[in-house]
Write a protein that binds this ligand. Structure first.
Ligand code: NAD
Ligand code: TYD
Length: 338
């Protein structure tokens, strides 16, 4: 018997695989990852000699491959992280988002049901709920109202997971988490982009007025939430996770500049993201009550540790800021980022 993690070479997946090896040391872990631009095997290089961990290079949309992985490894539970995950890229081209997030999830779900997997944990996002005004929080009963192609593709996958439980009685659990930060995050996302631009002496692009609000959570707390949902969640249910840590983008950028000893004159207000969601904020009381989960990482400490991690791993960032990332940065920001 073994656990399958999809997208384990990405940011959250790699942090989760590491947690799983510690928390369930007797379980074998298979990581199925297509190694897109965001997938980096170096994120799990510390597990190279771990005989209970195995990497399989492949696409979740490849049904024969998924069937083979599920049966060869007698997979008992699936933790589905694999996705195209960046809103701005989904605005530039939504095709890969539909292929992986919708068709890929459908393929994995159908194959998992056929293979009699015991539980399927689908890792989703708070962005499926759309945007909030000044007041209120997303709860699990908030209607889905996705605004970006990324959010729409994730909401579609949530609907397929829900329908699979309702129609076939398949044991599924959905997790919906707010914005993560921490080690191994690809520097297209706000926090690592700001840290690596500061390190490289580059300007910091802030979309529009920077007054959009995100609810930040450390990746370790999210990973613990996914594991708690697997262990204690009820089949067919969704659970929200958030950091109870709302920040405007502009205040977060200023905090990072301050932490890293750089002036606010590095800030550049650039064109706003089309359809930019104004505010995300999560009511995570259901997860606290029913899963025994709670946020553990204090934001100030988590952020300082994250800055420390990026500073201690310049080679990791440098490798990424080449090739495809250069082309993406140019098309997104209109100038070379490196
Ligand atoms: P990421 O972009 O860092 O990693 C995605 C991983 O999936 C990569 O390793 C990539 O190679 C792999 N992948 C992509 N397409 C694949 C395919 N077709 N087959 C197999 N593997 C494929 O993403 P992340 O930030 O770690 O997010 C992981 C999951 O968590 C996603 O489902 C995302 O929607 C969700 N999520 C992310 C956040 C966040 O703040 N980053 C918040 C809530 C939920
Ligand atoms: P991001 O990390 O892309 O996460 P998401 O869009 O999924 O919330 O962006 C976080 C916030 O930061 C979002 O409001 C967009 C904003 N942002 C910028 O202002 N500048 C940037 O260069 C990026 C990447 C994001």
């Amino acid at each position: 018997m073994a656990f399958l993690v999809t997208g384990g070479c990405g940011f959250i997946g790699s942090n989760f695989v590491r947690l799983l090896r510690r928390a369930e040391p007797r379980q074998r872990v298979v990581n199925l990852d297509a190694l897109t631009y965001a997938g980096n095997p170096a994120n799990l290089s510390d597990l190279e000699n771990d005989s209970s961990y195995q990497f399989v290079h492949g696409d979740i949309s490849d049904r024969p491959l998924v069937d083979r992985v599920l049966s060869e490894h007698s997979i008992e539970a699936v933790f589905h992280f694999a996705a195209e995950s960046h809103v701005d890229r989904s605005i530039l081209d939504s095709g890969p988002f539909i292929r992986t997030n919708v068709l890929g999830t459908q393929t994995l779900l159908d194959a998992s049901r056929a293979a009699k997997v015991r539980r399927f944990v689908h890792v989703s996002t708070d962005e499926v709920y759309g945007s909030l005004g000044e007041e209120g929080f997303f709860s699990e009963t908030t209607p889905l109202a996705p605004n970006s192609p990324y959010a729409a593709s994730k909401a579609s996958s949530d609907m397929l997971v829900r329908a699979c439980h309702h129609t076939h009685g398949f044991d599924t659990v959905i997790t919906r988490c707010s914005n993560n930060y921490g080690p191994y995050q690809f520097p297209e996302k706000l926090i690592p982009l700001v840290i690596s631009n500061i390190e490289a002496g580059l300007p910091i692009p802030v979309y529009g007025n920077g007054l959009q609000v995100r609810d930040w959570i450390h990746v370790a707390d999210h990973a613990a939430g996914v594991l708690a949902a697997f262990r204690n969640g009820k089949a067919g249910e969704a659970y929200n996770f958030g950091g109870r840590c709302e920040k405007t983008n502009i205040s977060l950028v200023k905090t990072l500049l301050n932490l890293m000893g750089k002036p606010e004159t590095l800030i550049r207000h650039v064109a706003d993201r089309p359809g930019h969601d104004r505010r995300y904020a999560i009511d995570c009381s259901k997860a606290e009550r029913e899963l025994g989960w709670q946020v553990r990482v204090d934001f100030s400490k988590g952020l300082a540790d994250t800055v420390g991690w990026y500073r201690a791993n310049p080679g990791w960032v440098e490798t990424i800021r080449s090739g495809d990332y250069r082309r993406y940065y140019q098309s997104q920001y209109g100038h070379r980022g490196v």
